[in-house]
Design a protein around this ligand. Structure first.
Ligand code: 5GP
Length: 139
């Protein structure tokens, strides 16, 4: 799939749509999510045109994560929260709705968002999945 430069975040990056910004430099923008899942929900995006984490060049990914860490520390300090979820949805089936890679910082408890580590998985199935991933890494 080709990058659509008319997506909402590309338009925010070009200044065509407004955003409540908290940080910007030549490579990254951080701004408040318009439909926050918790107070202080912030998005961090690279300026590199990439749809998902999977097609973001490694250097841009590394720098975006550095800035994400910086923003997380600021959220913690500013809002007095003691837990922040970092969420990154890659691909429509995963729930991605805006086709420009973005990292969510959601100051909350994971148990408020849904199911987390609630039930032991089938260990044999998990091992088989791990073997498939390891084989893909080696190929
Ligand atoms: P996704 O589901 O793709 O991981 O998350 C997209 C996020 O972008 C959602 O949390 C949604 O609330 C946010 N969002 C969608 N449109 C806008 C917008 O125009 N401005 C801002 N600030 N956030 C947006």
């Amino acid at each position: 799939m080709a990058y659509d430069d008319q997506n909402i975040f590309a338009r925010i990056l070009r200044g065509e749509l407004p955003a409540i910004k908290v940080y910007e430099d030549d490579q990254v923008l951080a701004f408040m999510d318009i439909m926050p899942q918790a107070e202080g929900h912030t998005l961090v995006i690279p300026k590199t045109p990439a749809i998902s984490l999977l097609d973001l060049p490694a250097e841009a990914a590394a720098y975006t994560i550095q800035v994400t860490q910086k923003i997380a520390r600021a959220i913690e300090k500013a809002l007095g929260v003691d837990g922040i979820i970092l969420m990154q949805l890659s691909g429509v089936p995963a729930g991605q709705t805006v086709p420009h890679v973005h990292f969510h910082l959601i100051p909350t408890n994971v148990h408020h968002l849904g199911k987390h580590a609630a039930q032991m998985g089938d260990q044999e199935k998990i091992k088989a999945q791990a073997e498939k991933i390891k084989a893909a890494l080696e190929s």
